[in-house]
Design a binder for this molecule. Structure first.
Ligand SMILES: *[C@@H]1O[C@H](CO)[C@@H](O)[C@H](O)[C@H]1NC(C)=O
Ligand SMILES: *[C@@H]1O[C@H](CO)[C@@H](O)[C@H](O)[C@H]1NC(C)=O
Ligand SMILES: *[C@@H]1O[C@H](CO)[C@@H](O)[C@H](O)[C@H]1NC(C)=O
Ligand SMILES: *[C@@H]1O[C@H](CO)[C@@H](O)[C@H](O)[C@H]1NC(C)=O
Ligand SMILES: *[C@@H]1O[C@H](CO)[C@@H](O)[C@H](O)[C@H]1NC(C)=O
Ligand SMILES: *[C@@H]1O[C@H](CO)[C@@H](O)[C@H](O)[C@H]1NC(C)=O
Ligand SMILES: *[C@@H]1O[C@H](CO)[C@@H](O)[C@H](O)[C@H]1NC(C)=O
Ligand SMILES: *[C@@H]1O[C@H](CO)[C@@H](O)[C@H](O)[C@H]1NC(C)=O
Ligand SMILES: *[C@@H]1O[C@H](CO)[C@@H](O)[C@H](O)[C@H]1NC(C)=O
Ligand SMILES: *[C@@H]1O[C@H](CO)[C@@H](O)[C@H](O)[C@H]1NC(C)=O
Ligand SMILES: *[C@@H]1O[C@H](CO)[C@@H](O)[C@H](O)[C@H]1NC(C)=O
Length: 862
């Protein structure tokens, strides 16, 4: 402790001097400039630019092709919504050994191979089984991109290798598997990028965990990156890396159990400074600027390990690089936070002290450091096993805080003796979405285990799977048709058996098919209310005509199916809320899938907004509908026993009863979300175009904030009374969200609202409404409010409208004297000031923001 004080005092003057030095250092060395940056868009007829602005050269007619083997080029037959155009929509197909010969200068290269396992040239995607080599290294063997992506639950994958090239060229060969019949090989993209030698270590300091000996990673070692995580933070896309185009993923999916610790970002007054020994391209500042620690309670921390679990191939040795940086202003001295690091259940480091590691640096906090460890796996008979990374406070050091910290993780597979890096294909989980609602048992530990398992399976190559934002706009506008084929289908003939497991729930009535036939007059088309993805919806009457109902009859051959039928029953039989549509019962006779709901006299919200003969809804009524729907969603997110994520919030799923009460409907796509905080469900992207959360598309990780995003889109649809996508409009207006964001920026939002509403919305109300709606559609889920905040703000907005209308002055000239700070202090005396400066005033951001944050305090006030 005496030592630490000394450091603390001494660091101040040196800090100032070195701060400047470091700033210069950082500026000079911030980015690595690769000599080679080769991006091949395989099979693409033309050069193309990807979502990230990177240019890919076509390989057609390129000097890199050795005409040794037979190949053809082809377009992918399908495109799933999350798959970017470049480089995935075209491929080169190989029928025999085929080589790309790429001239390069000697040195280390990142080699990245991009695969999207669609059908090409009418070939069956499951026949693409092949090996790939780069120089003398085997990268892939008996590799099935289809099986791999299916096992991981992603649409496409990227494999990243680091290889030292001795000569003047790199040969990359693809060889169809000789063992599989009619096997072929393919690749969508090849990237060769020279890189600094940042992962090698030959000086005998690289520790093998649990052993005394050291390990060398030198020029003859090839590495495959299997995980690369930004601990405590979000995804860092390639364009935000330090010119090495690595992707850093969020770490949350790999954390074990409910013990998530605490994630946080760099304190505002802490500046991250790379010491001279660590070039900034080791990891971008964003990695060091977020961290995860164990939590504030020492006693709790002493009793658990903060644990990440990684599935790895058994046959290999792994290099684990851990990145650290103390970024909290309260930890600036040696021995304040000291912890132990365990890898593969062995002690990798005892008494880790990030401040002490910063060593000679001027200022001891805000200094990035990293540590490398080699883990030798003990074969246990199975092709994959779990590598645990555990952090635990080190009580022996008697630190000030019993806590641990971690900022980043990279895990690399090290080549085997014969230069092999290829592991077995991961085994796909049984074909199910992440959670099968029929087997979900509330309040048992089972559920968490399931998510855990799904996430682990999804994590086998998490670090090398890249799922990138193409921009929801791009997808939304151009990929609508393809997307329809992307959902996983259930086998209809299984339905009866699945349903046998039963929904013996007293809330939910079971009808016979005969009763349903009577209720719908034998499915008379005259009673048809609508047709959806699930099937047709009829109006009917039950209980001898006493109760009007809506009857949804599933088509067993429809895109949606048994699974969604079950989900809907499962969820609706659990939840009851004034703002959720009520399920009265169901019928499963003769393998029918029929659901019986309360009848909603006024139909869907959308049919009152546009493309309609119905009279436009007044503004206050629209607001009330928004509030009702928001309450329904808030209940789903938090009011029910478990979080339920709706996943398909849109204006056709908000129904209106005879009293114009909004009811959220259609739970066919819903997910029972994780019960633990700060996590998400990894799933195949589903939902409706135009409403899809861009972050969900990016990460395929579902949180309730995805619903918040969709709800934000609904709010704009309501105020603008136009479809979320209208392809006949000029390009910049096609997507409602994009157009609204543009108009918001230009402060001309008032010009694009429903003409019917012009002059009828009080400016304060409008401002409040737009502000919360904009927050809902924030690109990052973390910036979006929760549904209760949304509800509160909409209620407040309605109150502002009412206040304005109650005043004598008429809404065009009124203006609230002072921003109220709490609801019960709302001013009724309105100032008649005519000085309101139109829409410019409406869109200034300053005033409301503090209130929004405190919004949750007022839940229940109304
Ligand atoms: C494929 O071709 C390359 C270059 O001709 C050669 O080096 C390699 O050994 C071949 N691989 C196989 C499996 O035939
Ligand atoms: C490793 O390879 C690089 C580039 O080819 C070369 O400059 C360096 O000297 C080599 N290192 C050793 C130890 O051979
Ligand atoms: C592709 O091959 C797999 C396995 O051989 C088979 O199950 C599947 O039906 C085939 N698909 C098509 C479209 O032929
Ligand atoms: C950072 O600011 C906080 C509050 O303003 C202060 O308590 C803390 O000492 C500061 N830390 C450093 C390292 O300057
Ligand atoms: C933490 O992990 C280590 C290594 O696996 C283990 O020995 C220890 O018992 C764990 N501690 C707790 C509290 O789980
Ligand atoms: C490490 O410890 C955990 C918890 O005790 C256990 O589940 C896991 O199998 C162990 N891993 C190895 C490789 O022994
Ligand atoms: C990696 O491959 C090279 C080249 O085949 C070989 O010399 C080296 O021993 C391998 N490394 C390990 C750890 O087996
Ligand atoms: C190739 O992969 C398939 C699918 O993962 C597997 O069933 C088969 O056993 C593998 N063959 C060899 C030779 O490894
Ligand atoms: C969807 O799949 C069906 C049958 O598998 C096919 O007929 C149809 O063309 C596909 N649609 C699109 C848009 O790919
Ligand atoms: C889409 O935009 C076109 C062109 O402005 C317009 O005529 C059409 O009514 C819009 N469609 C809908 C459904 O609003
Ligand atoms: C979201 O990101 C897109 C693409 O980066 C950008 O065009 C758009 O303005 C962003 N939207 C908001 C609301 O920030």
């Amino acid at each position: 402790m005496r030592n630490s004080n000394k450091f603390g005092l001494m660091s101040i003057p040196i800090f100032v001097i070195l701060y400047l030095a470091f700033t210069i250092h950082v500026n000079m060395a911030a980015n690595y400039a690769p000599i080679e940056k080769i991006l091949l868009n395989c099979g693409g007829p033309l050069d193309a630019t990807d979502y990230d602005g990177r240019k890919w050269a076509t390989d057609v007619g390129s000097k890199y092709l050795l005409d040794s083997g037979k190949s053809t080029i082809s377009q992918a037959a399908t495109q799933e919504p999350s798959v970017p155009e470049v480089p995935y929509m075209t491929a080169r197909i190989f029928y025999s050994n085929f080589t790309y010969r790429i001239p390069v200068v000697a040195g280390r290269k990142f080699v990245r191979l991009y695969f999207y396992p669609a059908s090409y040239a009418s070939l069956n995607a499951s026949n693409a089984v092949f090996s790939a080599t780069a120089g003398s290294y085997t990268l892939l063997n008996n590799f099935s991109a289809l099986q791999t992506t299916e096992a991981l639950g992603y649409a496409f994958i990227i494999k990243e290798y680091s290889i030292n090239v001795e000569g003047e060229r790199l040969d990359i060969s693809f060889v169809p598997s000789a063992k599989a019949p009619s096997a072929y090989a393919f690749v969508n993209g090849i990237e060769i990028m020279s890189m600094p030698d940042i992962y090698s270590c030959t000086d005998g300091t690289l520790k093998i965990v649990g052993q005394i000996s050291a390990f060398n990673i030198g020029n003859n070692t090839a590495l495959e990156n299997v995980y690369r995580l930004n601990v405590g933070g979000n995804l860092i896309p390639p364009s935000h890396d330090t010119d090495l185009y690595r992707t850093w993923y969020a770490d949350a999916p790999y954390i074990d159990g409910a013990a998530f610790g605490v994630s946080y970002s760099v304190d505002p007054n802490v500046t991250i400074q790379y010491p001279p020994s660590i070039p900034p391209y080791v990891a971008p500042i964003d990695v060091y600027a977020t961290a995860r620690s164990m939590g504030p309670n020492s006693q709790v921390n002493l009793n658990y390990n903060l644990t990440w679990i990684f599935s790895v191939d058994s046959e290999f040795t792994y290099l684990v690089r851990l990145h650290f940086c103390e970024i909290q202003a309260n930890i600036t001295l040696i021995n304040q936070r000291v912890f132990d690091i365990f890898l593969y259940n062995q002690t990798a480091e005892q008494g880790a002290d990030v401040i002490a590691w910063a060593g000679g640096a001027s200022q001891l906090y805000g200094v990035p450091v990293y540590k490398d460890y080699v883990v030798l796996l003990v074969p246990n008979g199975s092709p994959q096993q779990d590598l645990w990374l555990e952090l635990h406070p080190d009580p022996l050091s008697r630190p000030n805080y019993y806590d641990a910290i971690l900022n980043g993780i990279e895990i690399f597979k090290i080549n085997g003796t014969n230069g092999n890096l290829a592991g077995p294909n991961p085994i796909p989980a049984p074909k199910q979405d992440v959670i099968n609602p029929t087997s979900y048992i509330p309040s048992s530990g089972d559920y968490k285990t399931k998510i855990r398992k799904a996430i682990i399976i999804g994590g086998i190559c998490g670090g090398i799977i890249l799922v990138i934002v193409i921009g929801f706009y791009l997808i939304a506008t151009s990929r609508c048709q393809h997307g329809k084929n992307s959902s996983v289908r259930e086998v209809p003939s299984k339905c009866h058996q699945d349903l046998e497991q039963g929904f013996t729930n007293n809330l939910c009535r079971r009808f016979s098919f005969a009763e349903i036939t009577v209720a719908t007059k034998n499915f008379d088309e005259a009673f048809l209310l609508g047709v959806g993805g699930f099937g047709k919806v009829y109006k009917g009457e039950i209980d001898g005509g006493a109760t009007p109902v809506a009857i949804k009859r599933g088509n067993p051959l429809s895109d949606q199916g048994v699974h969604e039928f079950q989900t809907e029953i499962e969820i609706l039989s659990k939840v009851r809320h004034h703002h959720l549509v009520s399920l009265i019962g169901y019928c499963e006779d003769s393998c029918e899938m029929i659901l019986v709901y309360d009848y909603m006299a006024h139909g869907t919200l959308r049919e009152h907004l546009y493309k309609t003969q119905k009279s436009p809804l007044p503004w206050k009524q629209r607001l009330e509908i928004c509030i009702g729907a928001a309450r329904g969603l808030y209940y789903l997110h938090s009011g029910a026993k478990q979080t339920i994520i709706h996943r398909d919030v849109k204006t056709t799923n908000i129904l209106l009863d005879e009293k114009w009460v909004a009811k959220v409907s259609d739970f066919g796509l819903s997910k029972i979300g994780p019960t633990i905080d700060k996590t998400h469900v990894t799933t195949v992207v589903k939902g409706s175009y135009g409403y899809l959360d861009p972050e969900y598309l990016l990460l395929q990780q579902l949180t309730e904030k995805s619903d918040v995003y969709s709800f934000g889109v609904v709010l704009f649809e309501i105020i603008c009374a136009r479809p979320v996508l209208n392809r006949t409009l000029p390009e910049e207006q096609v997507s409602l969200v994009e157009w609204v964001a543009h108009c918001h920026e230009k402060r001309i939002l008032d010009q694009i609202i429903d003409p019917y509403l012009k002059g009828k919305i009080a400016p304060e109300c409008f401002k409040q409404f737009i502000e919360i709606a904009m927050k809902c559609v924030a690109n990052q889920s973390i910036d979006r409010p929760s549904m209760d905040e949304v509800t509160w703000n909409l209620e407040f907005s309605l109150q502002l409208q009412r206040n304005a209308e109650e005043s004598n002055e008429g809404i065009s000239r009124i203006h609230i004297e002072e921003e109220p700070s709490v609801p019960h202090k709302w001013k009724k005396n309105l100032d008649a000031s005519p000085s309101l400066d139109g829409c410019g005033h409406l869109f200034s951001q300053e005033v409301m923001s503090q209130k929004l944050n405190g919004g949750h305090l007022w839940t229940g006030f109304f």
